[in-house]
Design a protein around this ligand. Structure first.
Ligand SMILES: N[C@@H](CCC(=O)N[C@@H](CS)C(=O)NCC(=O)O)C(=O)O
Length: 206
């Protein structure tokens, strides 16, 4: 009766939300959004900007990946996916969430039509290459972080699945991740998690 609905597109930022819902063992159902014209999407009316993830729960309609992840963690503080008992750890998790949602995620925009207004294919490709170049030092920060500890914020947190989705997106868009051994190992370890594997299977990604 308390089932939440996650509107998603396979492999997009909604995958991070999907993984956390599974980690928490919460009842949920998935509603796949349509790509294509905004007016054809079931999300219209729920999310004015018509992007996923959208989470419906207990009469709330939640948008923005970072906010939804924090909402989920607060449903079960004992999970310590956002450690409310330790201000340092909590802020560190929020710092990584902010970095990923404000810096890393938007940097992919040229790959998803964000520079289509340039119209000239060569210029659009140049904007994509500039995005790849800008993304590499961002991933270098995460790689360095994982040299010292297994998870971004020390202990496993809601920031880790968001990083994982960004790494998948980087791989799909030929961002150069060579030399980032910690990130490669992070991905392998992450995909070893049964809930991650199940989320990938349910989204048709395996
Ligand atoms: N700031 C938003 C960005 C969400 C976003 O960019 N979603 C993309 C997928 S990652 C989307 O739904 N794009 C629409 C499409 O691909 O048709 C958030 O963090 O939730």
């Amino acid at each position: 009766m308390d089932t939440m609905t996650l509107y998603y597109l396979p492999g997009s930022a909604s995958l991070a939300v999907h993984i956390v819902i599974r980690w928490l063992g919460l009842p949920y159902r998935m509603a796949r959004a349509n790509r294509g014209a905004p007016e054809s999407r079931p999300l219209l009316g729920l999310n004015p900007v018509c992007v996923v993830p959208v989470l419906e729960h207990r009469g709330l309609v939640l948008t923005q990946t970072a906010a939804i992840l924090q909402y989920l963690a607060s449903l079960d503080p004992s999970s310590q996916l956002l450690d409310e008992t330790d201000i340092g750890s909590k802020t560190e998790t929020q710092r990584w969430l902010a970095f990923i949602s404000s810096d890393v995620h938007p940097a992919f925009r040229p790959m998803y039509g964000g520079t289509a207004y340039l119209e000239v294919p060569e210029l659009i490709e140049r904007s994509r290459q500039a995005a790849r170049d800008a993304l590499r030092p961002m991933f270098a920060q995460a790689d360095r972080r994982l040299e010292a500890q297994p998870w971004l914020a020390g202990a496993r947190s809601i920031a880790d699945p968001y990083l994982y989705v960004m790494l998948r997106t980087a791989r799909a868009n030929i961002v150069d991740l060579s030399g980032f051994g910690q990130l490669q190992r992070f991905m392998v370890r992450f995909e070893d998690d049964p809930d991650v594997r199940e989320a990938l299977t349910l989204e048709g990604l395996t």
